[in-house]
Design a protein around this ligand. Structure first.
Ligand code: ADP
Ligand code: MG
Length: 509
């Protein structure tokens, strides 16, 4: 009791039908580094956002330094001494490091003006105290990502919080910078500060954590001392979800023939590193990994929406060249994007317009005018084939449900007769019935000989749908699993870098 600084009890939170947290318990002792772990969607970010005042819990109690508190907004959380370092930085690029660090807390002279000398003195003293060194006069916009992150952390520390929440802070850092961050964290805990750390990296959890709490599908699994655990035991705590019977049985077998091949793909920013794989005829290749290890970047790169600095792509042995998305489409590479609202659809425009837009060229009359009769017939045909539930094809696409919107995106992509189709989070935010229809369509495409690549953060979906699984870690391929090796435990081991060398972490920063 004496050492317990935070206790969250029976915390529940639902988002429009999804139970993100279900009677979860979580507590921290003063001066510890407490790791929060769990698969994608376990509820880690949600519980920490409740603590930071960004969400309100539906039920449950929070005790801070032994007293029951309510946290209604971020200001209340900060006042208690709780600070969260966000993955998206909150700095102002046009201001200097020192101006950012003391933003709205500048030392003032007797006339009420900012005391620049005191500002410099204070910032240098804080840098010494916390072991964070960045040139205070530099504009933030000119700093590296790692330096910006250090500035963000310093900005939080000068407000002297008792508890600091770090949500995957190392994803943008190179190896030496990760070491620096560890040193800063150790310094903070030596000063009696408490750290909550979300991490997806096995090596990191064991390097810096004192205790770990595991969540699974919004449920509390348990809390353990890290020195009494090993990697296997931690993975076992995270897995064990059940595969629901929503995945249709596959009709056509995978053949030996390779349809699509990628060789040594790499991006200039280091987010993709030396990625090679093949897709065989009839096959669905699943792409798995914990959030932010390059999965979406890979799919976008294959449709020329993300830059590559090296690598080659082959379709049926022919080398493809695409400098932009239009060329990728001409090559027969279609993408059903994760963000259908921004990337996939023109929400204000009609269902007809959205469905027909990718394949306009095919229905031109004499090369100039759209043949509207042909277009309508084509849209009607797509609506029937994908059983899109539509009253009137002239209505705006935003009037459809999420699942039907997603089918319009798919219909638009299918209109180009793709030879390769990339599904990025195809079933996020759509209902169970629409999900099942999507699965059937994916299998049909694979059976027709289209190379199907599906990235999903839902591990059960990857397991249920894939013939092989490519697992990503830190921008590279940590494993390619054959059908018989596809299970939660094996995917999670590769996804957390178990048995991987950290040497290449954060290259190309
Ligand atoms: P984690 O951080 O462990 O990956 P999250 O806390 O982000 O998990 O999400 C837990 C569950 O709640 C997921 O199913 C996610 O889709 C859902 N969820 C989280 N935030 C929202 C939101 N703002 N609206 C709707 N659903 C959400
Ligand atoms: Mg999260």
């Amino acid at each position: 009791m004496s050492k317990e600084i935070l206790k969250m009890e029976n915390i529940s939170k639902a988002f429009s039908g999804v139970q993100a947290l279900n009677h979860v318990n979580f507590s921290c002792e003063k001066g510890e580094v407490h790791v929060l772990a769990g698969e994608n969607g376990a509820g880690k970010s949600t519980i920490l956002k409740i603590l930071a005042g960004l969400y309100r819990a539906d039920a449950g109690e929070i005790f801070w330094q032994g007293k029951r508190v309510t946290i209604k907004n971020p200001q209340q959380s900060q006042k208690l001494g709780i600070a969260m370092v966000f993955q998206e930085l909150t700095l102002v690029a046009q201001m200097t490091v020192e101006e950012n660090v003391y933003l709205n807390a500048e030392p003032r002279d007797k006339f009420g003006l900012v005391d620049r000398k005191a500002l410099r003195r204070n910032v240098l003293a804080a840098m010494d105290q916390y072991g964070i060194h960045v040139d205070p006069a530099m504009l933030v916009g000119e700093l590296s990502v790692a330096q910006q992150q250090m500035t963000e952390i310093l900005k939080i520390l000068v407000r002297e919080p008792e508890l600091i929440i770090l949500d995957e802070p190392t994803s943008a850092l190179a190896k030496q910078e990760v070491e620096r961050l560890y040193a800063i964290i150790r310094n903070l805990t030596a000063m009696g500060k408490t750290i909550i750390f979300i991490s997806h990296r096995m090596e990191e959890i064991f390097a810096i954590g004192d205790r770990v709490t595991v969540l699974k599908d919004g449920n509390y699994v348990g809390t353990r001392l890290i020195r009494e655990m090993d990697e296997d035991a931690l993975i076992r705590m995270m897995i064990g979800r059940s595969l629901e019977g929503t995945f249709p049985q596959k009709q056509a077998p995978v053949c030996g023939e390779t349809v699509f091949e990628a060789k040594h793909l790499a991006s200039p920013d280091g987010k993709l590193k030396d990625i090679s794989f093949t897709v065989k005829k009839g096959e669905i290749l699943g792409v798995a990994g914990l959030q932010g290890h390059g999965q979406s970047e890979l799919l976008n790169a294959l449709s020329a929406l993300y830059p590559l600095s090296s690598g080659e792509v082959f379709l049926k042995g022919r080398k493809l060249k695409a400098r932009n998305a239009g060329q990728a489409i001409k090559n027969g590479v279609a993408l059903v994007p994760a963000d259908r609202k921004n990337q996939g659809l023109l929400l204000e425009l009609s269902i007809r317009h959205n469905t027909a837009i990718s394949s306009l060229g095919k229905r031109m009359n004499g090369g100039v005018f759209i043949d509207s009769r042909k277009e309508k017939a084509f849209v009607k045909d797509t609506i029937d084939k994908l059983s899109i539930k539509v009253g009137n094809m002239e209505h705006p696409v935003h009037s459809l449900s999420g699942g039907n919107q997603q089918k319009v995106v798919l219909g638009k992509e299918l209109a180009i007769d793709p030879q390769v189709i990339l599904f990025d989070e195809p079933t996020r935010g759509i209902d169970v019935e629409a999900k099942r229809e999507f699965y059937v369509i994916m299998q049909r495409l694979a059976a027709e000989g289209v190379a199907v690549i599906m990235n999903s953060s839902d591990l059960m979906e990857v397991i249920g749908m894939s013939d092989r699984v490519l697992v990503m870690y830190e921008g590279g391929v940590s494993g390619i699993l054959e059908k018989e090796d596809i299970n939660e435990e094996t995917i999670m081991r590769y996804a957390m870098g178990v048995g991987q060398k950290q040497a290449q972490a954060g290259d190309g920063q």
